[in-house]
Design a binder for this molecule. Structure first.
Ligand code: ACM
Ligand code: ZN
Length: 765
């Protein structure tokens, strides 16, 4: 995919003044010559009537830095002292459909492209140049630029929380500024149907509204069917959608609607329960539902007739070649007991419910294909067999995308690890509540959309990548902005810039300018990149902890303390990793222009008597939740309330039985262990914890068995420390058993299924 031999000139930029600071970084650029100053006498000329709307858009865009709009003129004559938009007479293969050449010289500015899309992107580049070159004083510069991927997406869930049209327009504008071209609009989910469908008015009359339970945690809201009290919600009219689609198209953005099926449709089933297996009306859920069993009936032809009618209106509204049909997270329990679904399995000669899902998706694909459209779905559509022409959107890691590409299908990569912008972007102790995860700016930037497992031919089936923004924990649009920005800047470079040009240090430097642009555009961007991250490493020999401090900003001034005091501008400057050999609180922050940029990072490290000790576990932890590996339970680091913070060891269904060798007979007076509780994520505090000691590692003596007293039905996230105190004991070995609940408790959505046990530090003192 990579154009080899591309010459890139990284321009020596100073952090302020006239730097070239473009995001995403162009494919090629070169500074030369004296440049051109745009003035009030400069005209914006274009040589093709197709460019008229882009000329308007550009002139308006540049006004925010110029202070005035350039007069427009439609002419085929090349004039000097103008900014000229010109469509190539002969197709320029290097540029493709979206690339452009920007030439700034003494005589004027020329943006040339094969298609209007390229001109638009050239104009966006000029906009970014104007932000760093006051008074329109553009440098002499030649740019040849084109995207690495044809699919450069942003997804937005407007079901979990409704976001007003005004905000959608703002995001479309931002997508264009980031040179992205597919807005994946997640219009349908359990908690709200957001698209007017004329033939089925109840979809929005009923399905768009739910009982407001925002006082409760998302995953602690009971199902309720109380339509008289359903006050939270909203939807988009077809008229509004048409206007938006046209507005986006002028900015080279395709809006791909997602019409979920067969699951994530309880909003539709609240309006039309007859299309479910049970016919039950469970209402529009006010919050999270798991597992999702109340789904469309696959045995009822009326369901398909309904979906096809919905699709007819959807296709009328959205010219997008791809229609996304969801397909994720369907629990097929109801299909197993539904006579119609079972009859379908029989009659179609299907093996099981997985194949019934494939039947469902393939049937919808035939309908879409017959109408000249293509089907896209989440990677679950692979299960039971992939529909013949489907494109797979890989979200549960990259495996689905790899499998589909190896089968010759096109794919879009959106793995949770790098592309889920509902994940935490900073320290969960500091950040507003998010779903889980830890996807920093640098992590997004590090993403490579073409997996190494693919051959170069298979790699061409990767259409691109996308950021996904699920809004369960984003009640308002300002919060959505906080989660999207600045991570979208990192993603834009992942999907646009040649892989060989990508460089985190250079990007982080250019981000300094990007933050200022966000400021000017009234974007509620996050400063999480300015949070200090502590990276501890156990030194087994010295029994010490080496602490490195890092951030996601360029050349930060980090001030820190290790004496418990609050850091300030006069605290020690961090210059490199330091060792600690006793229990220590580390506090750190980034200073810019004499001010703290973010909240203070605080971490406490417990260098207790078992620290860095030899530890053996009877049952292995899950590979997915391994903490820091071998010494994780004795590395002095306690987990935070975020189960995916990297500090927790997770055990699925198993107990923790850990034996620690203190190395020599040691006098101890207490032992403790931390466990995590997160009801929504199937993580439960233990039944009990026992603490035993031994002098030979063979015969153990019970110090204490501590029962859990915390109600495991409590839905709040919680960390508990279980401990025992004793008169001084001379021991060599300590054994800690943390008894898992084994299975999820009665009434829980995972009742009877394996429960998680999460444990972080075992502290011996
Ligand atoms: C998904 O995140 N359920 C596609
Ligand atoms: Zn059924």
């Amino acid at each position: 995919m990579l154009p080899l031999g591309v010459l890139v000139f990284f321009l020596g930029c100073k952090p302020s003044g006239n730097e070239i600071s473009l995001i995403p970084l162009p494919a090629e650029m070169q500074l030369s010559g004296p440049g051109f100053t745009i003035g009030t006498e400069t005209r914006l000329v274009y040589d093709n009537s197709e460019l008229e709307s882009i000329a308007h858009i550009s002139s308006e865009l540049w006004k925010s830095y110029l202070g005035y709009e350039l007069p427009l003129e439609f002419t085929e004559e090349r004039t000097t002292h103008s900014v000229a938009f010109t469509l190539n007479e002969k197709y320029d293969e290097t540029l493709g459909d979206e690339g452009y050449r920007l030439d700034i010289q003494k005589g004027g500015v020329v943006i040339a492209a094969n298609k209007p899309a390229g001109i638009l992107y050239g104009a966006q580049t000029v906009y970014q140049l104007l932000s760093t070159h006051p008074d329109g004083k553009l440098p002499g510069l030649q740019i040849t630029d084109y995207p690495r991927f044809g699919y450069r997406g942003l997804h937005l869930d407007v079901s979990r929380h409704f976001h007003p049209m005004e905000f959608i327009y703002k995001m479309i504008d931002q997508m264009a500024k980031h040179k992205l071209n597919v807005f994946h609009w997640h219009l349908i989910d359990d908690q709200g149907w957001r698209l007017e469908i004329k033939k089925y008015p109840k979809l929005t009359e009923v399905g768009a509204w739910r009982v407001d339970m925002s006082h409760l945690h998302w995953d602690a809201r009971p199902l309720t069917k109380d339509p008289g009290n359903a006050t939270y919600g909203g939807y988009y009219t077809q008229e509004e959608v048409r206007e938006l689609v046209a507005y986006a198209a002028e900015r080279n953005i395709t809006i791909m609607p997602e019409i979920e099926m067969p699951a994530h449709v309880m909003s539709a089933l609240a309006a039309y329960p007859e299309f479910s297996c049970t016919g039950e009306n469970l209402g529009v859920p006010p919050g999270g539902v798991w597992p999702i069993t109340h789904i469309y009936c696959a045995g009822n032809d009326a369901t398909f007739e309904f979906l096809e009618n919905v699709m007819l209106e959807v296709m009328e509204l959205f010219p997008s070649e791809f229609i996304h049909i969801g397909g994720d997270e369907a629990d097929k329990t109801n299909w197993k007991s539904c006579p119609r679904c079972q009859a379908r399995i029989q009659n179609e000669g299907l093996k099981d419910e997985e194949e019934l899902q494939s039947y469902f998706i393939a049937r919808m694909e035939r309908f879409l294909n017959a109408h000249g459209r293509k089907l896209m779905g989440w990677d679950e559509i692979l299960e039971g067999g992939l529909a013949p022409n489907a494109t797979v959107m890989s979200w549960r890691g990259e495996a689905g995308g790899i499998e589909a590409a190896k089968m010759g299908h096109t794919v879009v990569m959106t793995p949770g690890s790098h592309c889920y912008f509902d994940h935490y972007q900073g320290d969960p102790d500091i950040e507003p509540l998010a779903i889980h995860g830890y996807t920093t700016l640098a992590k997004v930037y590090s993403y490579e959309p073409i997996p190494a497992e693919l051959t170069s031919e298979e790699g061409k089936l990767v259409l691109g990548a996308q950021a996904n923004v699920w809004t369960e924990f984003m009640p308002d649009s300002r919060h959505v902005e906080y989660m999207i920005f600045p991570r979208l800047a990192a993603l834009s470079e992942v999907v646009w810039s040649p892989a060989a040009n990508r460089d985190w240090g250079d990007f982080s430097k250019r981000m300094q300018t990007q933050y200022k642009r966000y400021e000017k555009q009234d974007i509620n961007y996050s400063l999480s990149a300015f949070q200090v991250r502590a990276i501890p490493e156990v030194n087994l020999d010295k029994k010490s902890l080496r602490i490195a401090l890092d951030t996601d900003v360029y050349n930060p001034e980090i001030r820190y303390t290790t004496d418990g005091s609050e850091p300030n501008v006069r605290s020690p400057l961090y210059t490199g990793p330091f060792e600690i050999d006793q229990t220590t609180a580390v506090k750190a922050m980034v200073i810019e222009n004499g001010k703290s940029m973010e909240q203070v990072m605080k971490r406490e490290y417990y260098l207790h008597k078992a620290f860095a000790g030899d530890i053996q576990m009877k049952h292995p932890n899950s590979e997915q939740y391994d903490g820091h590996g071998q010494h994780s339970l004795v590395n002095g680091i306690r987990g935070t309330v975020s189960f995916s913070d990297g500090n927790w060891k997770g055990f699925l269904g198993n107990d923790l039985v850990a034996t620690i060798d203190l190395g020599q007979t040691t006098s101890i007076t207490s032992v403790s262990v931390d466990a995590l509780h997160n009801y929504a994520s199937w993580i439960f505090l233990p039944q009990w914890v026992s603490f035993e000691v031994s002098s030979d590692g063979e015969e153990f003596r019970l110090l204490e068995k501590v029962d859990n007293t915390f109600d495991i039905q409590d839905t709040r996230r919680n960390i508990r420390i279980y401990s025992t105190q004793t008169a001084a004991e001379e021991v060599r070995y300590v054994r800690v058993t943390v008894k898992s609940q084994g299975v999820c408790p009665p009434g829980h959505s995972g009742e009877g299924k394996p429960a998680w046990l999460f444990v972080s530090e075992i502290v011996v003192d």
